[in-house]
Structure formats: structure tokens, C-alpha cells
Design a protein around this ligand. Structure first.
Ligand code: TRP
Ligand code: ZN
Length: 881
């Protein structure tokens, strides 16, 4: 084990900054190896925070050249500098100007945090703590300052010079070929929202007129030649701007809004004030190269970053423990936006799928943490599914609990009261409590208690008295550092579906009303008695979904098939199918033979068939019915001793059985839903493609020879990237020569498009065979792969570990070794990316014993490998701990 210990940061230790920064004047002279930064900070002590405290600035990985106080050079005895801080023990107790000169190395910066180069262009990533890699600063989100940024560079290398805010001035410096631009951002901001972009970019321009009639210039910057791939992102941006005005009353505030797209980026995108920086896979799209999924993702990420302008930038976080204040709320907002742009039920299904795929396992494993944690070791590791996705669910539950009207008033109060401030989760909830005129302290527990609550439901029906009683109990399992759990305040939606398929009226026997079908659970166990219930209803539980697990319900197999056909809540209609399929899969995993459950499979197939025939359902929704639970869903559903091969085989067997019994219908769907004409990414034609491709995905399982042949035909006939990728994903899971022929032909055609090469890497990594380990090793040495590119790493290694249980969990342990070695190599270059890969080991404890031992050894070997980053060490030690 490494002897190094990394100390945690604790919420309880929060103290306001002793100094404030009123204005920042930055000059950045760009150079590939020696970028010179001069920072002029207009500061003063904050009397509220106590006087005569030392001034401690954060800084990392820089050369310190000079420090001046009010114009006077400081000598080495006036300050202390180490590898993390610059300290002035006796800073003036009056306003002063501190000037700092430093040099950093953008080209050598492989961490993609701070100032770095991507394809020869300069860009920055400052969230969470990257600004301290550019200059010494009070790098904390509650220090808000106005920034003026002067950027200088060689005009030939970097014709475009961008920073936050409005352009003040630009021009040539001298005859040397260098030029400059000065940008001014009038809105005080924390330094994590600082951005600089410089290099050779082309731009696409548009304009937006805000609700008050102001004109805003919109610009997207991309590598020259890619302008024709920006139109969808631009259209999405304008829709997001309009939507935020209409739904939240939020208007954009600067005269210009810019987006710059780069190929090397640790995450999806970043909401820097007035200058968002994007991973270019969330900007670039044209019909021939992007899938429907790409178009959907671009629309939602562009919207997400734009929405941060109010939820994140105008109102920001007091400290990083409050991350879900901006992220949970902004994810909620982008989910609502997407629901309004497309189908609301399909969006809800996609969001819950994402939550169950990532957040549920996280909440049940060694990395579980509250949405608002009280300690962390490395802030980069807090950008989790729990903070983002569960954070969004908490906002959604809150709205369900207090009602849409109160929620709307609460949001208005929040924007009004806290504009320009750095606040806490408590501040947000206080606005909601005030608007709803109720106490929300019990609800707040959701933010502090980790783990997914388990709900058991029992029913009792008395036909004579026409009384129907539901008893619900809740329990949250222990999580690391939190063994004792309290009951949560849960707004629980339900309906009672009568034999006619219609919802019954919900009247409580004590005369109480059930508002909007929502029961409020507050205790470990509660009963609700409904009256005038003329026939035994089928309970439709947890409608529209709250983040909990129903572990025990009175809903029998036939009831569930009934709900699949009749539930008035579209989400639950879909979920009834998912639960039915999962039950069948779990029997297969337990070793029950396919023959033994063929009756149940038949009934399920029949119910699926009815749903497919239902004319009231749109194709996109039907496609979701056909997408059955996968290996990861089963990993989440099984607590211990998982054999990944039997999980994989169960998935195949159920698909084969369903494909055979629905074959005629599926083939008809496949034929009927062909989309003719030129490709457009609109929801209707995307929905038709989704249904057709989902049908294909099942059809191939009916016959091991005909299936791959059919998929290959689909590949050969594909006229758009959606059909092409759908065919390839199906082929990747078959074991016939067509598979490698199709993959090779795809690579030949698209090898110059890095986004399509990433898709190709993922397809290769997902072939369910032990041989894939060798394939992935080979691809790591391929010209088209670089371990320095997070997108490549995610596409190849992330997919291998997350989408391919057969290969990753090969009984030899070779899959673990492959990932382990990659983590060690990557950790020396990009700790944040390495830590993300390390997270793929998080379910090791649930494996059967031989694999459990192998995985554990691999984790220990990485920890022993030498000097590991704080990022990776934090993750791996929690996995073992
Ligand atoms: N705030 C960004 C978002 O959610 C997240 C992000 C982008 C990020 N880049 C990062 C977080 C780098 C940590 C490190 O939109
Ligand atoms: Zn965000």
C-alpha cells in the first residue's frame, strides 16, 4: 500500500475567506512551453472574517517569478511559497493590490486541468480547482470578483483570442507578429468560471433577441472546416435560451454568448461565464456522421451549460460540498427542457434508465455518498451520478411534494434573493419552504443521507366494506460511514387501477384527500385506507418514479402484465415490462431452465405484443418497451456472488425466446417503419428509427445464422449513422465473419473522423468474447488511439469495463489486469481520467469468489504501484476500505 495519506476536507471546517478580491486584472502571454501570467488582484481584508489572518493563496505546478504589493517587489522573506500555496503572513489590513507573476507549461499539461493545449489550440478548464494551475489565487467558489483578461499570442498560431465577457479592445502588439485582445466580464464570478480559448478556430454566428428585446451575438468556435457541423448546436442553444425565458423567466445577461469546441476534454462541457467550452462530441453533428442519440445529447448538453448561467453562475455554490446546488438543479432543468422538446414519457424513461444504470449501483456500493456530502478527499471525484442524477431527482421530488405552483414561486424567490451570491443547499430549500409555507427540514435529510430507500408495500382488501388498505414501510440500507439511517420524507405517487383499466378516485377513509395522487411517507411504516373501492384494484406504485426501490409489492405477475397494457401512467406502463423481464432474467440466472419458464415468457411476449400493437403509443415509446434489461441491470439486482457469464447468458436466452415468439410481429415492424427521404433528426423520424432498430436488435437473436446476416444487410443498406451504428452494435454481439468485415469497412470509411473512430473503438470493446481483451490491447497501440485523449479512453477502456462483462470479468483475471495497467499509466498523465477508470472496479465485492479475489488483487496492485494521484488513491482505497 502507498504510505501517503491524503487528508479530507470537511464541511464543518468551512470558514469565510479572510480576504476578498474586488477586481482581477490578468495578462496571459501565451507560449506553448512558457505561458507567462501576470495577475493584479485588488483586494481587501473582510472584517467579518476576523482581522490579521494570513493571506493564503492556492497555486500548483507553476514557476513563481515575482510578487509585488502595491507596486513594491516583495522579497523572499515577505512571503512563503511551497508546492501548494503562496502565503503572506502579514497582509495589509486595508485595501491593497497584489501582483503575481508566474509561468506555466500548457503543452506539458496532460491533466487537462488549468491551461492546456488541445490539437495545438489553447484552452482552460478551471472547475473545480484548475485556476490555481494558472496563477496563485483564492481558489474557492465563494470568492467572487470581476475579471479583465488580456490575452497575447502569436497571430499566426492563434488568430482567435477569447476570454469571458465582452471584447474591449484588440490589435497588434508590435512588428513581432504578436497580437492581443482584452475581455471584460462585468459579472463578479468565482475563478472556476474563468475561461480562455486561443488558437486557430473558425466561427459560426447567429443572433438571439431576448424577451426584453436585447440582441445577443451567438458564436460557436470550432476547428476550421467543421462549421457545417455546428448548426444543430446553434439551433439547440436558441431553443434553450427561449425555453429558459418562457419556463423560468430567465433572460441572458451579456451581449455575447460563445461556445468553443475542443477534442480533448475531461468531461462533457463547462459553463464558463459567457464562454462555454465543450468536448466537441457535444457540438459537432451533421446528418451523415451523427446518430439520433448524438443529436439528443448535443441538444441537452448545450442546454445544460446554458442553463448554468443562472443556476451556477449568477447564483453559485458557497463551497464544493454544495455542488448539487448547481448540478442537480441544472440537470433537472435540462431534463425538463428535453421533455418539452420531445416526448415527456420517453425522456422520463431515459432519465430513470441513466439513474438506475449509474446512480443506483453507486448508492449501493463502496463509493456511496450523500448528494450533499460532509467530507471529501478529492473534489474531482465528487462529480458523480449521485450529485448530478440523484440531485435532479431530489428537485423533482421536492416539486412533487410541494406542488408545481409553490415550486415555481420558490424558484422565483431563489433567483430574486440570491442573485450574485454563493449559497448553500439550505438557502435553496429555505426559499422552497417559504414559498410552500411549510417546514422542509425532514425533506432535507435526502441531501444528507446516502443510500437508496427500500420500500415494501402490502395491501388488504375488504370487498364488503369496500375498503382498500396499503401499508408501506421504508428502510435505507447502511452506506460507508453511515450505519444508522432515518426514515425519509417521500412524496409517493400512486394510482389504483380498476378492472376496467381506469384510475379509481382516491379518497382516504378518514376523509383526507390525496392531492395529485401523492401520498407523503414520513415514517418507517404507515398505512393508508381508501374507501369506496368497489373491486380489488391493481396498485400502480411510485408513478413517474421517485429514486427508491420497491422490494416487495402486492402486484402479482398477471397484475403487472395488466399494468403493461393499461396503466394510465406511461412511465409505470413501461416499468411494468422492465420488472416482468427482470424477474424472468433472474430466474434464468438462478439456473431455472428456459423450458421451465416458457409459460411465463409466453405471457410476457403476448403483453409486449399488445403494447406494440397499441395505436395510442408512439414509436419512440414502443422502442423503449423492446429494450429489455441488460447485464448491468442484473448486476444491480443481485446482491452477491455474481457469475457474469450466467448473467450474460440469461440476457441472451430471454432475448432469443422473445424473438422467436414475436418474430412475425417484429419483422412486420421492421418493414413498416422504414423511414424514407433525407435524414432529419426530428423526434418523429428518430422514434421510427428507434423502433425499427429495437426490433432488429431482438430479431437477430431468433437465429444464429439468419440474425447476423440480417444485421449485415441492415448495415449495408444504412443511409444514416443511426442505422449504421444500430447494425454494428447488433453485429458486435454476434460471432460471425460479418462482424469484423463490417467493422473494418466502417473504420476505412470513417478513420479521419475522430468522433466516429470513438464509436468504432466502443464497438470493438463490446464484443462479448475473451478474445476482446487481446483486441483492446491491440487497439491501445493503434494509430487512432491515444491514452491522452479522454474520449478515446472512455470509448475503448470505459466501454470494455462497463459494457462487456464477459471480457472484463474473464475468469483468467486478464480483463482486470488490462484495466489495472491502463489506470497506472493514465494516472501519471491525467489523474481525473484515471480515477474515473478506477471506478469501474466498484462492483468487485459482488462477484463470485474467484473473480472477487482476482479483482481485489488487481486493485491492491494498483495501490502498490507507486506514487498514485490523490484522485485514484481516493477511489481505490474506498473500494477496498
Ligand atoms: N460543471 C461542468 C458541468 O456539469 C462539469 C465539468 C466540466 C467538470 N469539466 C469539468 C467538473 C472538469 C470537474 C472537472 O457542466
Ligand atoms: Zn453542470
Amino acid at each position: 500500500m502507498t504510505t501517503e495519506t491524503f487528508h479530507p476536507v470537511r464541511l464543518d471546517d468551512y470558514r469565510p475567506s479572510a480576504y476578498v478580491i474586488e477586481h482581477v486584472d490578468l495578462t496571459i502571454r501565451l507560449d506553448p512551453r512558457r505561458a507567462a501570467v501576470t495577475s493584479r488582484l485588488a483586494m481587501r481584508p473582510d472584517p467579518k472574517a476576523g482581522s490579521n489572518r494570513p493571506l493564503v493563496l492556492d497555486g500548483e505546478d507553476m514557476e513563481l517569478c515575482a510578487v509585488r504589493l502595491d507596486g513594491e517587489a516583495l522579497s523572499r522573506t515577505d512571503y512563503r511559497a511551497d508546492d501548494k500555496t503562496l502565503t503572506l503572513p502579514r497582509a495589509p489590513q486595508r485595501p491593497f493590490v497584489l501582483e503575481i507573476e508566474t509561468v506555466c507549461d500548457p503543452q506539458g499539461n496532460t491533466t487537462l486541468s488549468g491551461l492546456y493545449r488541445s490539437n495545438g489550440n489553447y484552452c482552460t478548464q478551471c472547475e473545480a480547482e484548475g485556476f490555481r494551475r494558472i496563477t496563485y489565487y483564492l481558489d474557492r467558489p465563494d470568492v467572487l470578483a470581476k475579471f479583465t483578461t488580456r490575452v497575447e499570442a502569436n497571430r499566426h498560431d492563434a488568430p482567435v483570442l477569447l476570454a469571458n465577457g465582452n471584447l474591449v479592445e484588440s490589435g497588434d502588439i508590435d512588428a513581432s507578429g504578436r497580437h492581443y485582445a482584452i475581455w471584460n466580464d462585468p459579472f463578479p464570478k468565482p475563478c472556476y468560471l474563468f475561461a480562455l480559448v486561443a488558437g486557430d478556430f473558425a466561427r459560426v454566428e447567429d443572433e438571439f433577441v431576448t424577451m426584453s428585446g436585447r440582441k445577443v451575438a451567438l458564436r460557436i468556435y470550432v476547428e476550421p472546416g467543421k462549421q457545417d457541423r455546428c448548426h444543430w448546436a446553434m439551433a439547440s442553444l436558441k431553443r434553450a435560451m427561449r425555453w429558459d425565458e418562457e419556463v423560468f423567466g430567465r433572460e441572458y445577461d451579456l451581449d455575447i454568448f460563445m461556445i468553443a469546441a475542443v477534442p480533448d476534454f475531461n468531461m462533457g462541457a463547462m459553463e464558463n461565464k459567457g464562454l462555454n467550452i465543450f468536448n466537441d462530441k457535444y457540438i459537432l453533428a451533421r446528418p451523415e456522421t451523427a446518430t439520433d442519440r448524438d443529436y439528443i445529447n448535443i441538444e441537452s448538453v448545450v442546454a445544460h451549460e446554458y442553463f448554468h448561467n443562472w443556476t451556477g453562475n449568477r447564483i453559485t455554490c458557497r463551497d464544493w460540498f454544495q455542488l448539487c446546488l448547481k448540478e442537480g438543479l441544472t440537470v433537472f432543468r435540462d431534463q425538463e427542457f428535453s421533455a418539452d422538446m420531445r416526448s415527456r414519457p420517453v425522456q422520463r424513461i431515459a432519465d430513470v434508465r441513466a439513474l438506475r444504470a449509474a446512480q443506483f449501483p453507486e448508492d449501493a456500493g463502496p463509493l456511496a455518498h450523500p448528494a450533499r456530502p460532509s467530507r471529501y478527499v478529492e473534489i474531482n471525484n465528487l462529480y458523480t451520478a449521485t450529485v448530478y442524477e440523484k440531485g435532479a431527482e431530489l428537485i423533482r421530488m421536492l416539486r412533487r411534494l410541494i406542488g408545481a405552483e409553490s415550486f415555481k414561486r420558490g424558484m422565483e424567490l431563489y433567483f430574486d434573493r440570491h442573485d450574485g451570491q454563493a449559497v448553500t443547499m439550505e438557502d435553496f430549500i429555505a426559499c422552497m419552504a417559504e414559498a410552500a409555507r411549510r417546514d422542509l427540514s425532514h425533506f432535507f435529510l435526502w441531501y444528507e443521507q446516502a443510500g437508496t430507500p427500500r420500500i415494501a408495500v402490502y395491501e388488504e382488501y375488504d370487498p364488503e366494506a369496500k375498503l382498500y388498505t396499503l401499508t408501506l414501510s421504508q428502510e435505507t440500507p447502511p452506506t460507508p460511514g453511515q450505519t444508522e439511517k432515518r426514515p425519509l420524507d417521500i412524496p409517493f405517487s400512486l394510482g389504483l387501477v380498476g378492472p376496467d383499466g381506469k384510475d379509481m378516485a382516491l379518497t382516504l377513509d378518514d376523509g383526507g384527500e390525496v392531492h395529485n395522487g401523492v401520498l407523503e411517507l414520513t415514517e418507517a411504516k404507515q398505512s393508508f385506507r381508501f374507501r369506496d373501492v368497489g373491486a380489488r384494484p391493481v396498485a400502480s406504485l411510485n408513478r413517474d418514479f421517485a429514486p427508491l426501490r420497491l422490494i416487495e409489492t402486492p402486484v402479482g405477475d398477471d397484475d403487472r402484465l395488466f399494468l403493461m397494457g393499461h396503466d394510465g401512467d406511461p412511465f409505470n406502463r413501461w416499468d411494468a415490462a422492465q420488472i416482468s423481464a427482470k424477474k424472468l432474467l433472474l430466474s434464468l440466472v438462478e439456473g431455472v431452465s428456459p423450458e421451465a419458464i416458457s409459460g411465463d415468457v409466453g405471457k410476457f411476449a403476448e403483453a409486449l405484443g399488445h403494447a406494440l400493437d397499441d395505436r395510442s403509443l408512439d414509436p419512440a415509446f414502443k422502442a423503449e418497451f423492446l429494450r429489455l434489461p441488460d447485464e448491468n441491470d442484473l448486476f444491480d439486482a443481485i446482491d452477491a456472488d455474481i457469475d457474469p457469464d450466467s448473467v450474460h447468458n440469461a440476457c441472451r436466452e430471454l432475448r432469443r425466446a422473445l424473438a422467436r415468439s414475436l418474430l412475425g410481429r417484429l419483422e412486420r415492424l421492421y418493414d413498416d417503419y422504414a423511414v424514407s427521404g433525407a435524414y432529419t433528426p426530428d423526434p418523429d423520424s428518430a422514434g421510427r428509427r428507434a423502433l425499427r432498430n429495437a426490433a432488429l436488435g431482438l430479431i437477430v437473436h431468433a437465429d444464429d445464422d439468419k440474425g447476423p446476416r440480417r444485421a449485415f444487410e441492415h448495415f449495408a443498406a444504412a443511409r444514416n449513422m443511426t442505422d449504421m451504428i444500430a447494425a454494428l452494435s447488433v453485429l458486435a454481439r454476434t460471432d460471425r465473419p460479418q462482424r469484423d468485415r463490417a467493422l473494418a469497412s466502417f473504420y476505412e470509411t470513417h478513420k479521419d473522423d475522430h468522433l466516429l473512430v470513438d464509436k468504432w473503438l466502443t464497438l470493438n470493446a463490446s464484443i462479448p468474447s475473451h478474445d476482446t481483451i487481446r483486441r483492446v490491447r491491440r487497439l491501445m497501440n493503434h494509430d487512432s488511439f491515444s491514452i491522452r485523449r479522454p474520449n478515446n479512453v472512455r470509448a475503448l477502456l470505459g466501454a470494455f469495463a462497463n459494457l462487456n462483462p464477459v471480457a472484463f470479468h474473464a475468469p483468467s483475471g486478464e480483463g482486470y489486469r488490462l484495466l489495472g495497467r491502463a489506470i497506472v499509466r493514465l494516472d501519471a498523465l491525467n489523474p481525473q481520467a484515471a480515477a474515473t477508470l478506477a471506478g469501474h472496479f466498484s462492483n468487485w465485492r459482488k462477484l463470485e469468489s474467484a473473480r472477487r479475489t482476482l479483482a481485489r488483487h488487481q486493485i491492491e496492485r494498483i495501490l502498490e504501484a507507486g506514487k498514485l494521484s490523490r484522485d485514484s488513491h481516493d477511489i481505490l482505497s474506498r473500494l477496498i476500505g
